[in-house]
Design a protein around this ligand. Sequence first.
Ligand code: ZN
Length: 161
Amino acid sequence: MAIRKIVEMGKDDILRKHARQVVKFDRRLAVLLDDMADTMYEADGVGLAAPQVGVLKRAVVIDVGEGLIELVNPQIVWQEGEVVGAEGCLSVPGRRGTVARPEKVRVAAQDRKGNAVEVEGEGLLAVCLCHEIDHLDGILYVDKMIEDVTDKTEEEEQKEE
Ligand code: ZN
């Protein structure tokens, strides 16, 4: 188990860079994905993208309570609808804000061995998929934020991504 340090907005411009396509599906990638999952669970988050631990690779991990999803080189290939919901980010601690996201998305990606995988998600999973893929392009939710959420009593979506 290895916990990596989560990069915070304003302290490191790596969060603003475009992550590189993964071409080597080697042990280094496997270790990165393992560490990202450990780091996400330790921080009680529901998603984490590699740039958030200082690695400019197109890799994300997500767990919205339905098991761990690892996606390498993920791309949104289909989306439908729009919902506005509150979200937070492990790289923007102590803040939450509302963002408009697709209601449903389908993502094509690769697994840690390079095999093609597809994930379809709606609700929180759709939000997470979009949020994490944005990280790979240097986009933070605050860039798309409609308004800050200050209501701490909001139980539904307390987790950060
Ligand atoms: Zn985030």
